[in-house]
Ligand binder design. Structure first.
Ligand code: PLP
Length: 398
């Protein structure tokens, strides 16, 4: 169709003259391609794009340039070939697990993992005839035994685990899983997109909601792996239709420009405050990766360069003291999530897993006084003062 000067105003508003930017004069940030459809000149070329025979875009549910740029960045940071960016971390987990499993498959998961991951496996996948075995992530001999007992499609793990910061032995787990022909899927949210790439992980999953911007204004998730694994997942992802939207991808691309500065500053502050809590008489079982000389501390230092912003500990006086502590904090918001530039606290009442057996609860490691902190970018001295006064105040009943 012609779009020359002869168009009527009515037609012109539908087909405005486009503004081209020259290749030697590009914008510094990628534009937001807030756009669903792409034109093609010939039908044949459109068909080739649809079949994936040439680069190009056709429909934004399948691919969008702003989203593609975020996906490329994340794949490179994680050290893999491809990435799919989706609407939330939970969506990334659900789609990856549904995409990789078939009826009668068996998978292995761990009691220490993120609650909704357990629910996806136990409630959703079970409906489609996928069975599972739940173990403690410390139980390497149990893992070996279960893998030897029957064919297993995949092992779904996390490190550090949310909420109690357990470190999984990635070298040992990937070796035993692969020896038995199982894939390793790692929810790497807490470690971030720049860590663990050197391990033989088949698929990384991230909640981008946590660290993409630090401002807590956007949700998203990512699935990252090599082309062979992503090829299996891509058709399903197109049909689930939960691709991240271009506006959010744009906000995240800008957020990632400060990712390393934020992640490392928050990690340094968290290490300092974890040391403070570990010396405090009201705090037991302070868990921060890289803190301490036990096997977990050594494993964290061997596997990670930066240890993240999450600290978990038990208030010695239990649930009510934990609640008082959380309510006396002034700089920490009582709120879900972690990774934001504001510090956050999850009281024991919000962390209790509901659907676990007593044995699984023991493995999950969440006690009556367990508290999760996320350390932000406030002054470290003021955060320490705040923790000290709230611990003091938590000892007096209110
Ligand atoms: C938060 C979180 C998720 C879920 O992410 P959403 O973006 O909130 O859906 C998944 N896994 C882990 C480990 C998380 O911490």
């Amino acid at each position: 169709m012609k779009k020359g000067p002869s168009l009527s105003p009515e037609s012109r508003v539908q087909h405005p003259r486009t503004v081209e930017t020259a290749a030697d004069n590009p914008p510094l940030n990628i534009p937001i391609f807030q756009n669903v459809k792409w034109r093609t000149e010939s039908v044949a070329e459109g068909s080739r794009i649809m079949r994936g025979e040439r680069d190009g875009f056709f429909y934004s549910r399948v691919a969008n340039p702003t989203v593609r740029q975020l996906e490329r960045l994340l794949a490179e940071l994680q050290g893999r070939e491809e990435c799919l960016a989706v609407a939330s971390g939970v969506n990334a987990i659900a789609q990856a697990l549904i995409g990789l499993t078939r009826s009668e498959d068996h998978i292995i998961c761990f009691a220490e993992s993120y609650g909704p991951t357990r629910q996806i496996i136990r409630q959703m996948l079970a409906r489609f005839g996928v069975s599972h075995t739940m173990l403690s992530i410390d139980d390497l001999s149990g893992l070996e035994r279960e893998l030897a007992a029957r064919p297993t499609r995949l092992v779904m793990l996390e490190s550090p685990t949310n909420p109690i910061n357990k470190i999984a032995d990635l070298g040992a787990i990937t070796a035993v899983a692969h020896r038995h022909g199982a894939l390793c899927v790692l929810d790497n949210t807490a470690a971030g997109v720049h860590q663990h790439g050197e391990y033989e992980i088949d698929l990384f999953i991230h909640s981008l909601t946590k660290f993409a911007t630090g401002a807590g204004e956007v949700m998203g998730g990512a699935v990252i792996g090599n082309a062979s694994v992503l090829r299996e997942l891509r058709p399903d992802f197109g049909l689930f239709g939960a691709q991240i939207d271009p506006q959010t991808a744009f906000v995240m691309l800008n957020g990632f420009k400060t990712y390393f500065a934020r992640y490392r500053a928050q990690s340094a502050a968290a290490m300092h405050l974890a040391g403070f809590l570990a010396r405090h008489p009201s705090c037991a079982r302070v868990r921060y990766p890289g803190l301490g000389e036990d096997a977990q501390g050594k494993l964290a230092r061997a596997q990670m360069r930066d240890f993240g912003c999450v600290i978990t500990f038990d208030h010695r006086d239990g649930a009510e003291a934990g609640r008082r502590f959380a309510e006396h904090l002034q700089l920490f918001a009582r709120a879900a999530s972690f990774g934001s530039t504001e510090s956050l606290v999850m009281p024991p009442q919000w962390l209790q897993p509901r659907e676990l057996t007593d044995e699984e609860r023991h493995w999950a490691g969440i006690g009556p006084g367990t508290i999760r902190l996320s350390i932000g970018l406030e002054s470290v001295e003021e955060l320490e003062t705040d923790l000290a006064q709230a611990l003091e105040a938590s000892l007096q009943a209110k």
